[in-house]
Design a protein around this ligand. Structure first.
Ligand SMILES: [Mg+2]
Ligand SMILES: [Zn+2]
Length: 211
């Protein structure tokens, strides 16, 4: 995965390659990239992780919000930082079991997640995928031929907004009201739940022009 030193001169580092190649702005599917913890499900305490499928608890209306976005024509992807993997606190079987839980919650609503992506690295690993880096989004865009300018990243953290913005997407911040957002990167939508965000995003369709 890591580029070899002095490797492909044309593209330089893997990071540059990602930044230049996959940003499909013409025809292409539109997507919603969903954060997981704190967006779909109740966020575990700081420094802890969802360690089992049983510990995955949907937030109210989150499945309905995701389904509404799917029904509006967005392909759904989950992009999640799971540093607990690097710390040995979460394993692959648990990630997979949680994916099954998520899909089981969407099935009755006739929606599905196209793919799940995780950053499994630790803070100091210097990877391209841990949000606020946009690597997971850019890779998905490349693989699925997505139109990032018409796509959205939705999450409950500034790092979600920053990752979406860096990938060229529109962004929605969901979570507790009254969050201050004094960063230079301002989300397009700020609201308290995925359901409310989905309503705002869907209501923009058809009237919205691409930036
Ligand atoms: Mg989150
Ligand atoms: Zn990573």
């Amino acid at each position: 995965m890591a580029p070899s030193a002095g490797g492909n001169r044309r593209f330089g580092s893997a990071r540059e390659h990602l930044a230049e190649e996959p940003c499909v702005s013409g025809p292409g599917a539109t997507a919603v990239f969903l954060d997981r913890d704190g967006t779909l499900n109740v966020k575990p305490p700081e420094g802890d992780y969802v360690r089992s499928a049983e510990a995955f608890k949907w937030l109210p209306g989150a499945a309905q919000g995701a389904a509404a976005l799917s029904h509006a024509g967005f392909a759904l992807f989950v992009v999640s930082n799971q540093r607990g993997v690097a710390r040995g606190l979460v394993d692959e079987a648990t990630l997979a079991a949680i994916e099954v839980s998520i899909q089981a919650g969407l099935d009755p609503l006739s929606a599905r997640v196209e793919a799940f992506r995780y950053c499994r690295h630790d803070l100091g690993d210097g990877c391209d995928c841990r949000k606020p880096a946009p690597g997971m989004i850019l890779n998905l865009a490349h693989e699925h031929r997505l139109n990032l300018k018409r796509s959205w990243m939705i999450g409950d953290a500034r790092s979600d907004v920053a990752a979406g913005s860096a990938a060229g997407c529109r962004t929605a911040l969901v979570g507790e009201p009254g969050q201050s957002f004094d960063d230079a990167i301002v989300p397009d939508v700020v609201t308290t739940s995925l359901l409310l965000a989905s309503e705002q995003i869907v209501s923009r369709l058809g009237t919205d022009t691409v930036r």
